[in-house]
Design a protein around this ligand. Sequence first.
Ligand code: H79
Length: 424
Amino acid sequence: MNAREARTHWFLRDRLGMFIHWGLYSIPARGEWVRGNERMSKEHYMTYFDEFDASRYDPKVWAKAAKAAGQKYAVLTTKHHDGFCLFDSKLTDFKATNTPAGRDLVREYVDAFRAEGIAVGLYYSVIDWDHEDYPGYGDKAHPDRDNEAAKDKPIDFDRYLTYMHGQVKELLTNYGQIDIMWFDFSYDNMTGEKWKATELVRMIRSIQPNIIIDNRLGGNIRAEEPEEYAGDFFSPEQIIPPGGIVDVNGHSIPWEACITLNDNWGYCSEDKNYKSAKQVIRSLVECVSKNGNLLLNVGPDAKGEMTCESLNVLNELGEWMRLNGDSIYGCGHSQLAKPEWGRYTQKGNKLYAHVFDRGIGPIYFQGLKGKIKKARLLRDGTELKIEVPWMAEEYSDISGGAFITLKGAELPDEMDTVIELELF
Ligand code: H79
């Protein structure tokens, strides 16, 4: 087992995490890019700083919701692109401790999630629209991108890097063991050594030897010999990669799709385009069937509460996970071809058949004739019979396959009926 495999072992077993985007942008409630998208002035943005009170922020409630949903790890935006810090950084005044909230909100998050046994991840944006030494004018997304007044302002990017490295050091020194460092993100020439990424990653691993790091400092995690800063896992955003993620030799590498519940990461009061629990469950199954994880995002409101819509989805997800989690945790890709009625996940000799579309009649398992020792409904343990339907040989080629007949009471639940097959 190489070092990356050893570090990511728990992560690939746990499969499902909670992503949380929360910050000053939750007040205007038009998504986390509001300052950049609207080219908002610092002066205007400071009005949110002056009123941010986090009055209903209770991460113990978030942690309980995550736990009940079956989420085994979490990632919180400690600083997004706007540069505002939820933690008590000694290196800036632009932090939660100086708002009406008046406290270190990262500390409370770490304590609350750890208390529920949930692994703790920290999101940190290497992009920073607030720091005076981060390039603004001409940068494609920066609020000052076409602000003539910012055009000739000299910047000292090394000063920014010292700041950024210093904040990462604070985050990894002051809160005990941190399980995931989630950087966001490299683009164009802002990538790799532009961030002094090798130095950064060495510092991180010297403080937190077991931490896992995403692949967004740049580099090529899929290469034969990835850069030291290329990270431990690949992080596709808002997409489940069709063939999973493999390295240049075709071997699966750790990956995690980050997907938000509606169409924004940060709170957006008008965005009611939430995915259903059924979509979320099937997406999770899709990820696991390709050896991947799902990091599911919620955007709590300005006061710190998750939306009803999010909580409803998490509740339904949790109920399904409670009964069917055995087909997710510790599971991965099966060598069997994708079945026409759904997906497979597998853990050793336990094969999990996720029946999305049953239609009528028995379910057919290509290639499994004589190979199934026992079949049961995962949700309640009901034994299922393997039987050849009447006249089946005469109207289809069933060589090598097995049939399982479901009775009326065993009809699929709306989300995904899981059949556990114990193989010989
Ligand atoms: O935090 C969430 C998003 O806010 C953040 N990542 C997730 C987890 C994210 N924001 N944007 N993106 C990821 C991709 C955006 C890319 C673009 Fe651009 C922004 C394309 C054009 C503007 C920056 C400038 C990158 C390319 C040019």
